[in-house]
Ligand binder design. Structure first.
Ligand code: TYM
Length: 333
């Protein structure tokens, strides 16, 4: 059996990296697989301070973005994490399975906590255990994510194996990461060595899903490049991280390979290439943007989707949680 699970945090600034590295692939997988579950991980979001009103707004916005990008909430299950208590309940069990040494190796915690680690929330530290619970509470087998989540997925696999060993039961599958497409790690538009991220202080570093055509055009015009024309082959992108990033984005947005794109645009100047990329981006993101606006104008529809999604998610998760509780030996008189 194949069951797909993935999620993203409602922390504002949903960007092109989230779209190309994750959501666009989810839409493709949804066409081929009947059993897909997509989650808005609001409990992960509060591992760093979120203004409560912003969190509520961002939860609806992210839900709208999923639907506008092509997630079908009737075919797939779409819900927000905090509506399904089994995630937090299983996360507690996993807090007792995962080892401190495993969490100490997580590079994302080190990056996010920064220098003042003593002041980071305990939630940020055990974040990967909640992520493992998200996946395993549905016994999901495949998890489509961007490159940056690979280490968290490895931890999820370690937790599944250790739980099965500790309790002598083959309860959990060992889930596979699916890191798909050309754009598994979209880089900043200002610095080809840095990942495109929600938390970069410069809005010019990323394309947001809500950017209009003028903003996209302006950001791409200002995007960092080098003075050479585009190379004819992929080898020619070596040592040119900004050029590589823009070509990768072009390839992912047009469902082609970088080699295929370079066969067409090799030798042209960046000014010309940036104009073509703007046109492509506006043609892909424009309709998504318009549909998001339409959905957000009447949040009742989004709220209905989330309520029904949570009900369906609960119905899958609850019996699996009971199975775990029995395996652990929790008494149910
Ligand atoms: P989040 O919210 O940071 O990102 C959502 C998805 O977008 C991908 N992504 C990128 N892909 C390519 N290039 C980039 N620059 C880029 N930035 C982000 C991420 O890899 C991710 O797939 N911990 C997760 C959310 C989560 C989750 C889960 C995912 C919680 N529980 C269970 C899968 C399964 C996160 O913070 O994603």
């Amino acid at each position: 059996m194949t069951r797909i699970f993935s999620g993203a945090q409602p922390t504002g600034n949903l960007h092109l990296g989230n779209y190309l590295g994750a959501i666009r692939n989810w839409v493709r997988l949804q066409k081929e697989h009947d059993d897909c579950i997509f989650c808005v991980v609001d409990q992960h979001a509060i591992t760093v301070w979120q203004d409560p009103q912003d969190l509520t707004r961002a939860t609806r916005e992210l839900t709208a973005a999923y639907i506008a990008a092509g997630i079908d909430p009737v075919k797939s299950i779409l819900f927000n994490q905090s509506m399904v208590p089994a995630h937090a309940q299983l996360a507690w069990v996993f807090n007792c399975v995962a080892r401190i040494g495993w969490l100490n190796r997580m590079t994302q915690f080190k990056d996010k906590a920064g220098k003042n680690r003593e002041n980071a929330s305990v939630g940020l530290y055990v974040y990967p255990n909640l992520m493992a619970a998200d996946i395993l509470v549905y016994k999901a087998t495949h998890v489509p994510v961007g490159e940056d989540q690979k280490q968290h997925l490895e931890l999820t696999r370690d937790i599944a194996v250790k739980f099965n060993n500790d309790f002598g039961a083959e309860i959990f599958p060992v889930p596979e990461p699916l890191i798909l497409g050309e754009a598994t790690r979209v880089m900043s538009l200002r610095d080809g060595a840095k990942k495109m991220s929600k938390s970069d202080p410069s809005d010019y570093s990323r394309i947001n899903m809500t950017d209009d055509a003028d903003t996209i055009s302006q950001k791409l015009r200002k995007a960092k490049t080098d003075p050479e024309p585009l190379p004819e082959t992929v080898d020619g992108l070596a040592g040119r991280p900004e050029a590589d990033n823009l070509v990768t984005i072009f390839a992912a947005m047009s469902d082609r390979t970088r080699a295929d794109v370079l066969a067409e645009v090799g030798g042209i100047q960046f000014s010309d290439f940036k104009q073509r990329l703007t046109d492509l981006m506006v043609s892909v993101l424009g309709p998504i943007n318009a549909e998001m606006k339409r959905l957000l104008a009447d949040p009742a529809e989004i709220d209905r989707v989330l309520r029904s999604g949570a009900e369906r998610a609960n119905a899958v998760a609850e019996p699996i949680l009971q199975e775990v509780h029995r395996a652990v030996g929790f008494y149910r008189p």
